[in-house]
Design a protein around this ligand. Structure first.
Ligand SMILES: Nc1nc2c(ncn2[C@@H]2O[C@H](COP(=O)(O)OP(=O)(O)OP(=O)(O)O)[C@@H](O)[C@H]2O)c(=O)[nH]1
Ligand SMILES: [Mg+2]
Length: 406
């Protein structure tokens, strides 16, 4: 018998909405990303459904007609999972499940699922487990328990409610336990970080799949797992890197994403501490991605959330080898120039021009502009170093990095 070696992908259907905040094009981009997320989680997207809806239906998120359409498709094609791009309330999730009679996920639960799949170390697993239980807790409520309890009285005190209460207690206990476990690990990690001594600390941050690990491998000549899936990295890797004559610590960490579940931000506290305690951030951007400006905004939002937006930052625009723009024909006087028509040179003249030279354009894969990258990082690290250790200056006289390389 021939063994089946192909990975079995689950059939998945995506659902998104179009409204004032997200027009058709935006909605498509979000669904593209959701498709990539589904694929990373092991799902093959067989159809997408979108609905123009100003205010989501409080009970079922989308309208009845659209729901019927999805129901028919799902049952005709034996689809097991429907993924919504937006966060569903526990009640909505339950209602939709009843109607569609299949597994219902939203963006948050999908991301949590990927994290769960990819968590390697017991530390990462504990963090993910905590986030999952926090997501689960409000969803343990029976749909009507809230109302029932308010009404109380005869016939409303059933075993159902008690069961839910017991379940909830178990989950709460588990959450408390996991939090304690993480606290202990956090303390250990803080000590470890403290033991790393006086070296300047640099952290790679950025949207998922932009090439942080690849860049880490290139500059530290290490071998960090990189692949074309989302959230390849969950644990932080720290390497000592020497550029010119200057040693510093470089950490590669979990990538960010639009609407990163808050439960994850919270439980990945220690992983993110690496970013919080860094002296310098290298914000890596995939400039070949049509949505890269929005990615930057998402990352900045999370940096803000973890109080890191004031840190010295170098913007590293990666994947220039893959950058493409749409040319406007010279005799085309109608098409208005937008972001997708910019050449790299034109991009440099936009807001990037106001970054005081703290914007770099590289390719970690084809190693373009790596000398400029090294020189820039070297200068920034050196500046932090000599400010911190003014008497140590003589150890590191300024040098031109490229002359020192191999
Ligand atoms: N064309 C091109 N591809 C690149 C470049 N840098 C990285 N990649 C590819 O982009 C994909 C993602 O790279 P990673 O290094 O895993 O990205 P990451 O930012 O660490 O991703 P997460 O850990 O998931 O957050 C891989 O397939 C890399 O080969 C580049 O400069 N050019
Ligand atoms: Mg990575």
């Amino acid at each position: 018998m021939i063994e089946e070696i192909n990975i079995k992908y689950e059939k998945v259907v995506l659902v998104g909405i179009i409204n004032q905040e997200q027009d058709e094009a935006k909605s498509k981009e979000y669904l593209d990303e959701l498709e990539f997320l589904s694929y990373t989680a092991g799902g093959e997207v067989v159809a997408r459904f979108t609905q123009k809806i100003a205010v989501p239906n409080p009970k079922t998120f989308i309208g009845t007609g659209k729901m019927e359409e999805i129901y028919e498709f799902v049952h005709e094609h034996e689809v097991g999972t429907v993924v919504f791009d937006d966060e569903l309330s526990p009640a909505q999730q339950k209602n939709i499940e009843k109607i569609l009679k299949c597994k219902i996920l939203d963006r948050t639960s999908l991301i949590l699922d990927i994290f769960a799949q990819r968590a390697q170390t017991s530390y990462a697993r504990t963090q993910v487990e905590l986030a999952q239980y926090q997501y689960l807790l409000p969803r343990l409520t029976g749909l009507w328990t809230h109302l029932e309890r308010q009404r109380g009285g005869i016939g409303m005190r059933g075993p159902g409610e008690t069961e839910i209460e017991t379940d909830r207690r178990i989950v709460r206990d588990r959450i408390a336990l996991l939090k304690k476990k993480l606290e202990t690990i956090d303390k250990q990690m803080a000590t470890q970080r403290g033991n790393r001594g006086a070296l300047v600390r640099v952290a790679l941050v950025g949207y998922t799949n932009v090439g942080k690990s690849t860049l880490m491998n290139v500059i530290s000549k290490s071998d960090v797992f990189a692949e074309n899936k989302l959230f390849a990295t969950l644990d932080t890797t720290v390497r000592k890197v020497v550029i010119g004559n200057l040693p510093f610590l470089l950490s590669d960490t979990v990538g960010f994403i639009r609407k990163l579940p808050t439960q994850l931000v919270e439980s990945f506290k220690s992983t993110l501490d690496e970013v919080r305690e860094a002296d310098l951030l290298l914000h890596v951007v995939d400039i070949s991605h049509p949505n890269f400006e929005e990615h930057i905004a998402s990352v900045n939002g999370i940096l803000d959330e973890i109080k890191c937006s004031d840190k010295p930052t170098i913007m590293v625009f990666n994947k220039i080898d893959q950058y493409e723009y749409e040319a406007i024909e010279e005799d085309d006087l109608v098409t208005e120039k937008e972001a997708k028509h910019f050449t790299l040179e034109e991009w440099r003249q936009t807001w990037m021009n106001t970054m005081n030279g703290n914007a770099l354009f590289i390719s970690a894969i084809s190693k373009e502009n790596m000398d400029e990258f090294r020189q820039k990082v070297y200068s920034a690290v050196r500046e932090i170093h000599v400010t911190r250790f003014p008497y140590n200056n003589f150890l590191y006289p300024e040098i031109a990095v490229d002359q020192q390389e191999e």
